[in-house]
Design a protein around this ligand. Structure first.
Ligand SMILES: Cc1cc2nc3c(=O)[nH]c(=O)nc-3n(C[C@H](O)[C@H](O)[C@H](O)COP(=O)(O)O)c2cc1C
Length: 165
């Protein structure tokens, strides 16, 4: 078996909100346009895993670069012991199409998901999320939090290039 190495970073950091709890998540990816679906990898130690199994829903939110401090700090706290929104001073609002889940005010984009666990024996549990509601705009691309690994983060550079076939 090969040792894990993180040479595939940077990853675009998102915030996974389940119920009134939230955690930063780097291991997420879109996997289908029609139907619109995301895949989420959740460490089996995380309280979020229990909540996903209990509630069957989540919101994948994209906070702006300016919110990086509280977003990352949420990854060093557990919702099992801490009401993170209160502790971090984050204002939440109810999701539009979910029953139990709250999302941070001011996120650049929010994808509300109905989630189903997929069989997997890795150290991360896998959840397929069917998108029920989307909020956001193309502007959301402008200020992502890029996770470089360990405790390092970067903003998007201003350099652009359009491929013309
Ligand atoms: C930058 C960053 C990225 C993270 N990415 C993931 C991830 O992709 N999957 C995961 O399960 N945990 C990830 N974590 C860890 C969780 O956010 C962290 O364990 C959190 O405290 C779990 O909170 P909970 O116990 O309330 O669920 C990440 C943490 C940080 C700081």
């Amino acid at each position: 078996m090969v040792t894990y190495r993180s040479f595939f970073y940077p990853m675009h950091l998102a915030l996974l909100c389940v119920g009134e709890n939230f955690m930063p998540i780097a291991w997420w990816t879109p996997v289908s346009k029609q139907p619109f679906r995301f895949l989420l990898a959740i460490d089996r130690q995380n309280h979020t895993l229990t909540l996903l199994r209990q509630l069957g829903e989540a919101a994948l939110a994209f906070p702006a670069w300016q919110d990086r401090a509280w977003v990352v700090r949420a990854g060093y706290l557990s919702g099992k012991r801490t009401a993170k929104a209160q502790k971090l001073g984050v204002t939440l609002r109810p999701a539009c199409r979910l029953t139990h889940t709250f999302v941070p005010e001011g996120a650049l984009a929010v994808f509300e998901l109905q989630v189903q666990e997929q069989a997997s024996d890795g150290d991360h549990a896998l959840f397929l999320g069917e998108v029920l509601h989307v909020q956001g705009s193309a502007q959301a691309k402008s200020a992502p939090i890029l996770f470089l690994g360990f405790r390092d983060f970067a903003a998007l550079s201003s350099e652009r290039w359009r491929f013309r076939p």
